[in-house]
Design a protein around this ligand. Structure first.
Ligand code: SF4
Length: 346
């Protein structure tokens, strides 16, 4: 079986090529062909001798991922990709064209075990973790498409299918690949990792001290409601999660974003806003309010514009920095996991 070179770091590729007794500079040459010039066959590497290309062909391959489906919003601002890996596993990645650049939201697991009640990605449970190469492939694949119009991926949000911190080592290696100068050369500051609140892993992430943004999905202001919406709250309750967020901000000096999905009559009342203000006051934090994208499998409703605005205004009036997330892709099944769910049902 041929070994796939896609997803190796420069050090790993250098080591790998010692098997063929190739000098170090060859690894740099080959990695630049793959990651910067988008070569998916050794025959494209025209500055390598024919015999070396043959030798590489005999031993290795370059496999990224396959596009299964693609949905573009009417305004062309959002594109949703359904990507397939070697074993047939599928994930979603979403490209959002903001006025400040192209942002991509990527997945880290095939399915999800976390069981959040408002989420389509968890309905069939967790199939498996993505490898670091597969996580990186999502960004790389979309970047290659953007390159055709002389554009690039400007920021990455790890908020798609799966709980990133439950796939910690692969996540960190994928971030390294996205960041590396020999690859996409994207600043860590342009990367956001979102978690539903895996407390020990938040501390582990703080120890690694990468200058990324941490985003915590809170979605409820008290334990009773949060446990109903997010079963993970039974393992790490809201006080532990907010404390971990506060400690992360203190030790890294970086503001934490708290995500709060607004669901009509469930977590969007004035009392909920007051509780949220109480638990987050004094934190180096932003609150990102996300009006829910309803999915067929539950009865959650999106609040009216007035309710959303009132909730947001109340937080801001009490010293929190709250914003309402710009809506992308409601019309193209952009709720997390919806495209994949529809594909699996078909
Ligand atoms: S919201 Fe995120 S953590 Fe929760 S079930 Fe969906 S993918 Fe998993």
């Amino acid at each position: 079986m041929k070994k796939n070179l896609f997803g190796l770091t420069l050090d790993e590729l250098t080591n790998e090529l010692t098997n063929l007794k190739l000098p170090k500079f060859r690894a740099k040459q080959i990695i630049s062909w793959i990651y910067q010039r988008g070569a998916n066959s050794f025959d494209q590497m025209t500055d390598l001798s024919k015999s070396l290309r043959q030798q590489l062909n005999d031993n290795y391959e370059i496999k990224i991922c396959k596009l299964i489906d693609r949905l573009d919003s009417k305004d062309r601002l959002t594109t949703k990709f359904l990507l397939e890996f070697d074993d047939g596993a599928t994930v979603e990645s979403v490209l959002m064209r903001h006025d400040y650049g192209n942002s991509i939201c990527i997945s880290t697991q095939v399915g999800c075990a976390m069981g959040c009640k408002f989420c389509a990605s968890t309905q069939k449970g967790l199939e498996r973790n993505l490898t670091s190469a597969e996580i990186f492939a999502e960004v790389f694949f979309v970047n290659e498409i953007l390159k055709q119009n002389s554009e690039r991926v400007d920021s990455v949000v790890i908020m798609g299918i799966g709980e990133p911190l439950m796939n910690f080592d692969n996540l960190i290696k994928a971030l390294e690949l996205i960041h590396a100068e020999y690859s996409l050369n994207l600043s860590y500051r342009k990367i956001t990792v979102s978690t539903c609140g895996i407390v020990p892993k938040i501390y582990q992430l703080a120890e690694i001290d990468l200058p990324i943004t941490l985003s915590i999905s809170l979605h409820a202001p008290n334990n009773e409601l949060r446990s109903l919406l997010m079963p993970i709250n039974n393992n790490f309750n809201i006080n532990e999660v907010v404390k971990a967020g506060g400690d992360y901000a203190k030790s890294t000096g970086r503001r934490v974003t708290y995500e709060y999905i607004l669901i009509s009559e469930v977590n969007d009342t004035t009392e909920h806003a007051r509780q949220l203000i109480k638990i987050l006051s004094g934190q180096l934090a932003n609150v990102n309010l996300i009006p829910i994208n309803p999915i067929e499998e539950n009865n959650f409703k999106r609040p009216t514009k007035d309710r959303i605005k009132n909730f947001c205004d109340l937080l801001n009036a009490h010293g929190l920095t709250a914003t309402i997330r710009k809506e992308f892709g409601v019309k193209i099944n952009a709720a997390c996991g919806q495209l994949r769910s529809n594909y699996l049902s078909r």
